[in-house]
Design a protein around this ligand. Structure first.
Ligand SMILES: c1cc(-c2cnc[nH]2)ccn1
Length: 245
């Protein structure tokens, strides 16, 4: 899958994505990352890409011509890929949309900077997406969040295929259960006995119960989106009873 990112800081993108599992995925040809710098499409000697807002106001805006030219170049290199503008005004990115994007052949991501972009650029954008209701210095981190979340869904990318499928949101829409590794005792806290039992059915059941309980406590909104099976409801009832004890 090919990701094209339009950014005045290409190294922010390449630097992060050359590390770890995504770096290995690039080496294996599972993903391709291309950054396009609008400065390369600026028509002035100073490679200027920003200017003052008409009507006044604080800060600078990204000018339309360099961005539109960079988008056109990316579309030519990544035909059919939707152009996504990462913006606080976008729709909120959730796992469902991530899985949808994983089915695309490619994505073109526009990362803004400054106080934003000239509104006329949006005529060349297919969708606006936000990673959350906070303002960042630019769209590069949101672009990286989207790339990482989508790439994890690609077959063969992660070590064993099921680890993406087992991701809590991807798998069952619940928060993840607690995890433990050696040493068995930290301070005076032991690893839950069930995890040392070797009884895999019981371990699976305990993990599901912990996920249900945590989701009910911390993200009832997620739980409300889910119809619980009779077994899951009983696990949750038992969890609440134990918790109440
Ligand atoms: C997507 C983009 C942004 C953002 C881009 N530039 C400043 N903030 C924030 C949240 N989600």
């Amino acid at each position: 899958m090919r990701f094209d990112v339009i950014t005045i800081f290409p190294e922010l993108i390449h630097g992060y994505l050359r590390e770890g599992v995504l770096g290995r995925a690039q080496a294996r040809g599972l993903i391709q990352i291309h950054a396009w710098n609008p400065r390369d499409f600026s028509d002035n000697a100073y490679r200027r890409v920003d200017d003052r807002p008409f009507g006044g106001g604080p800060g600078m805006l990204m000018m339309a011509p360099p961005l539109l030219a960079a988008i056109a170049a990316a579309r030519e290199a990544n035909p059919g890929a939707p152009v996504i503008y990462l913006s606080p005004q976008g729709q909120r990115l959730q796992q469902g949309a991530v899985q949808g994007f994983a089915g695309a052949d490619g994505l073109i991501l526009l990362a803004g900077r400054y106080e934003g972009i000239d509104e006329r650029v949006l005529a060349a954008v297919d969708a606006e997406w936000s990673i959350g209701d906070y303002v960042l210095a630019g769209g590069e981190l949101p672009a990286l969040v989207l790339i990482e979340a989508v790439a994890r869904q690609l077959p063969g990318l992660l070590g064993h295929a099921d680890s993406a499928a087992e991701d809590s949101f991807a798998d069952n829409g619940l928060l993840d259960c607690p995890h433990f590794t050696r040493p068995e005792v930290v301070g005076d806290v032991r690893v839950p006995e069930v995890l040392l039992s070797g009884d895999h059915a019981r371990i699976r059941s305990w993990r599901l119960q912990q996920s249900l309980g945590r989701t009910a406590e911390r993200r009832p909104d997620l739980l409300a989106q889910r119809v619980l099976s009779a077994r899951e409801q009983k696990l949750l009832d038992d969890y609440r009873r134990q918790d109440g004890e």
